[in-house]
Design a protein around this ligand. Structure first.
Ligand SMILES: C[S@@+](CC[C@H](N)C(=O)[O-])C[C@H]1O[C@@H](n2cnc3c(N)ncnc32)[C@H](O)[C@@H]1O
Ligand code: SF4
Length: 353
């Protein structure tokens, strides 16, 4: 669990006896995309013109089933994973997700289970997710303005449903709730203060994410990136904020607190201030490939070996081999790699955020 004020653990003590990559980074977090489909069409992630009605999503037999994912989770724990985040696509579209979370929760060695969702189905599922052992939830919400929301989510559902989902999560005891907000220059930047005003003092932590060049289909335009520093300066002018320490090594958000005690705001600055140096995240895509970077061009198939009868030891060796050979630090190299890497990056709905 996130514990404000917790000390940063030196990398050396995290790495002792652990599976390390070529840059001495341990494997600590696993993100599992349980569903490639989504009930939104955010243009920066799954633009409508590509993910249209006849787009070929995975068949359910092509997705890893929960027994396969549980087996993999146990093997990842053996390699050092302690935290699991469930994502997608929209993870709450996957039937019986709470049962899966309950089973994950019974795996010894998993210390934290979190979920990222667009929040629309949260009112329905919040209490059963909590009862199953979900520790934390992140809800994506880019704006409170109905028109801007429609534009940034593709026109499905509305702000009231997402706010209702957040309220149900709060009542279910899934605190602290985090809200992920992608900020695009000229699109929703003018609505940021209203969003903050709504959540200030409620315990909900808003985290602003720089618009990233994930996948190949979101027509990424660097001119739309709103650098966190600029945004922080604007917020500071309205409500003074000050930097707070990281909760744990490898935390992606740079934490700030309001000087008047109204809570916390975070900035995830993958474009302007890349944080590859202590990235300890592995990702399993909905079709069962292992990726070691959000911006990877290639994954390693785990579904094939799983279904061909690989033993746990064989799966462990496969995963260990991938991790020990890992050298990716795309965000740090972004400027020099653009063009070449653009062609084949994995899509966000397959591997989640
Ligand atoms: C891919 S979504 C999956 C989970 C769920 N559907 C949701 O929206 O929360 C995970 C996170 O990635 C973020 N995201 C998607 N595309 C992005 C992009 N191009 N740049 C920055 N963040 C992005 C979303 O805003 C969301 O917070
Ligand atoms: S960001 Fe989340 S809600 Fe939006 S399209 Fe991507 S997966 Fe769906």
């Amino acid at each position: 669990m996130d514990k404000p004020g917790e000390k940063i653990i030196p990398l050396s003590s995290l790495t002792q006896g652990r599976v390390l990559d070529t840059l001495q980074r341990p494997i600590h977090d696993l993100r599992i995309s349980v569903m490639d489909r989504c009930n939104f069409r955010c243009p920066y992630c799954m633009p409508r013109e590509t993910f249209h009605e006849s787009y070929r999503f995975l068949k359910s037999s092509e997705r890893l089933d929960f027994d396969e994912l549980l087996r993999l989770a146990r093997v990842f724990v053996r390699a050092g994973v302690k935290k699991i985040r469930i994502t997608g696509g929209e993870p709450l579209l996957r039937p019986n997700l709470a049962d899966f979370i309950g089973d994950l929760n019974s795996i010894s060695g998993i210390e934290d289970i979190a979920l990222t969702t667009n929040g629309v189905l949260l009112a329905k599922y919040a209490s059963e997710l909590k009862a199953a052992g979900l520790n934390r939830i992140t809800v994506s919400l880019d704006t409170l303005d109905p028109e801007v929301f429609a534009k940034m989510s593709g026109g499905f559902a509305g702000v009231p449903e997402v706010l209702d989902g957040i309220e149900h999560a709060r009542r279910a005891g899934l605190a602290p709730i985090k809200v992920n907000t992608v900020v695009q220059r000229g699109v929703n930047e003018h609505t940021v203060m209203d969003l903050l005003a709504h959540f200030r003092g409620t315990g909900v932590i808003v985290r602003f994410i720089e618009y990233m060049d994930v996948g190949t289909r979101n027509h990424w335009n660097p001119a739309l990136v709103m650098p966190s520093r600029e945004l922080a300066a604007r917020i500071h002018a309205r409500w003074p904020i000050e930097p707070a320490g990281r909760n744990y090594t490898g935390e992606v958000a740079e934490r700030h607190v309001y000087s008047d005690g109204a809570g916390e705001v975070g900035f995830i600055s993958s474009v302007s201030q890349p944080f590859c140096g202590d990235c300890s995240r592995a990702r399993i895509s909905s079709d069962g490939s292992l990726y070691t970077c959000l911006f990877a061009t290639q994954g390693t198939d785990l579904r094939g070996p799983l279904r061909a009868g690989a033993t746990d030891d064989e799966l462990y060796e496969l995963i260990r081999g991938v991790w020990t050979g890992r050298r990716d630090r795309y965000s740090e190299l972004r400027a020099s790699m653009r063009g070449a890497a653009d062609l084949h990056k994995v899509e966000m709905n397959y591997i989640g955020g």
